[in-house]
Design a protein around this ligand. Structure first.
Ligand code: MTE
Ligand code: MO
Length: 502
């Protein structure tokens, strides 16, 4: 029994060493080709939409660590079996390790935009895994045979420890190198020829617990299909506009900087945001007009109805061409709240379109815009049956008090944010314990593409209370009570929370 356990441990340690060495090699070459990430990304891409929705809802932004953890557990269980098999029949055990690495290699290779270099980490994983397992199994055999020149039991354990240490060293080195390569977004941004107006005084100080009027970059929600951040070099980055255009053009970051630079306050929202959910953020974006960029290629004669954007790794996002020309401030963006775009949010350049959910507009790490038709080309989420033209629905969220929180009785605030990008928010109403809708006080208005804060003074009496909010946009449309889930075109309904007082 104990020997079995030891054999299983050998399999696990050898595999960990292989995976960690591969991670290190990937960190030096293509981070996304690290075996665990390659398997994880494939799981993401193959996961049926309902399961993905469920995972985002229940795990939130922890969905990625949980996915990587699950893949790791699965791999290590198989590795343990490989270790036990290897004790009886070394070749068979080694073949299992090679099979695991091979699978990761294939998955790394079939990822969009993969090159030959993407295979390297998995080859390294196989070689290191095979060598480590062979070594440990041979040591253990020699010890069991009581070969006088053979190692002692202790020697075998020391060898196992050495493999563990090597795995930890490879893994940490890989992490360190990735972190180092992810630094360096410190480019010098141009100043806007058409700047945003300074934000009016917000309610941040007055109403404790309300969302800040501007979301700090570090707190801005992140939603994408990636397990590792792409490392894009600002100096060599290029944006190509091709497809049904007068002439294909390719622009560098400096080319963009020399255009008319504008700055706009825009609230970005994810289609996966449930009513009252966290996937929304408001920022000041610095960039150029999408239409100016398209004009460089010439779209007067185009028959395209879709901008088909491709990111640095071949991930695709569709956007209706009409949003580029209908007068809204659709942008190609390089600055966020006075900073270069952070890696998480698309460094060096992304698209931002007011009024459309991010999955049909906000392509991060963008490298190409192809003018085409929806018939000819289907983007990542279109293939997964999500809507193609998805305007953001009017909605509001209660930030304070928190659902199910315990509160002191007496005078307090109910407060939150409301948004109706493109149209703007006119008013917000609050309902307490199913009573009449009461008009809330509004925070400042920073433009129709930006959210508004709101609050209502409340004399909280002891007991449990139910609080609801609903927004009305400047066209008089009231946030509907009809409940819809995020798939396929965004959630709707009214948030109602329970809170305790006293
Ligand atoms: N390249 C790329 N761009 C992407 C995505 C992605 O997965 N890959 N996700 C989109 C989605 S669904 C949303 S809601 C926004 C989120 O942008 P943020 O992470 O900067 O908040 O980015 C969009 N752009
Ligand atoms: Mo999204």
């Amino acid at each position: 029994m104990l020997t079995r356990l030891l054999n299983a441990l050998f399999g696990v340690l050898a595999t960990l060493a292989g995976v960690a060495a591969a991670h290190l090699v990937a960190a030096l070459t293509v981070p996304a080709a690290s075996p665990v990430l390659a398997v994880g990304s494939t799981v993401i891409d193959l996961t049926p939409t309902p399961v993905k929705e469920w995972a985002i809802r229940n795990f939130g932004t922890n969905d990625k660590p949980i996915l990587i953890g699950s893949v790791m557990v699965g791999v290590l269980v198989l590795a343990a079996v490989a270790g036990i098999v290897a004790a009886r029949w070394l070749t068979a055990g080694l073949l299992m390790i090679v099979g695991l690495a091979g699978l990761a290699g294939v998955l790394a290779m079939v990822r969009p935009g993969a090159g030959p270099l993407d295979l390297l980490p998995s080859v390294v994983a196989a070689v290191v895994g095979v060598l480590a397992l062979t070594w440990l199994v041979r040591m253990e055999k020699a010890q069991a045979d009581e070969d006088v020149d053979g190692p002692s039991r202790r020697g075998v354990l020391v060898a196992a420890g050495a493999v563990a240490v090597a795995a930890a060293a490879f893994g940490s080195a890989g992490r360190f190198i990735s972190a180092y390569r992810l630094k360096g977004t410190d480019i010098t941004l141009p100043t806007a020829t058409d700047p945003a107006k300074p934000l009016p005084m917000s309610l941040d100080q007055k109403v404790a617990g309300i969302s800040p009027f501007k979301t700090p970059n570090a707190d801005f929600y992140r939603v994408d299909t990636r397990l590792s951040l792409p490392i894009v070099d600002a100096d060599t980055w290029k944006l190509t506009i091709d497809g049904d255009v007068d002439q294909e053009v390719t622009l560098t970051l400096d080319d963009l900087f020399e255009m008319d630079v504008i700055e706009r306050d825009i609230t970005l929202t994810c289609v996966s945001n449930d009513v009252g959910g966290p996937y929304i953020g408001a920022a000041t974006w610095l960039g150029v007009r999408l239409t100016d960029v398209l004009d460089k290629a010439g779209i007067k004669n185009t028959k395209a109805d879709q901008i088909f954007s491709t990111d640095v790794d071949g991930m695709t996002i569709s956007t209706p061409l009409s949003v580029a020309t209908d007068g809204r401030d659709a942008m190609i963006v390089f600055g966020m709240n006075g900073q270069p775009l952070p890696r998480e949010h698309g460094f060096p350049v992304r698209m931002v379109v007011p009024g459309l959910y991010g999955f049909v507009s906000a392509c991060k790490w963008i490298t190409k815009m192809t003018l085409t038709t929806y018939d000819a080309e289907q983007a990542y989420w279109t293939e997964r049956e999500w809507a193609t033209d998805a305007p953001i629905k009017i909605s509001s969220r209660i930030d304070t008090p928190k659902p199910l929180s315990d509160n002191d009785q007496g005078r307090t605030f109910i407060g939150g944010v409301a948004w109706a990008q493109g149209v703007g928010i006119e008013k917000v109403e609050v309902r307490i314990d199913g009573g009449d809708w009461q008009v809330a006080q509004m925070g400042p208005d920073a433009g129709n593409d930006y959210w508004r804060q709101w609050f209502l003074e409340w004399d909280a009496e002891p007991g449990q209370h139910f609080l609801a909010s609903r927004a009305t946009n400047k066209a008089g449309e009231v946030q509907t009570a009809v409940r819809m889930r995020p798939f396929p075109e965004g959630s709707s309904g009214i948030q109602e929370i329970a809170v305790n007082v006293g």
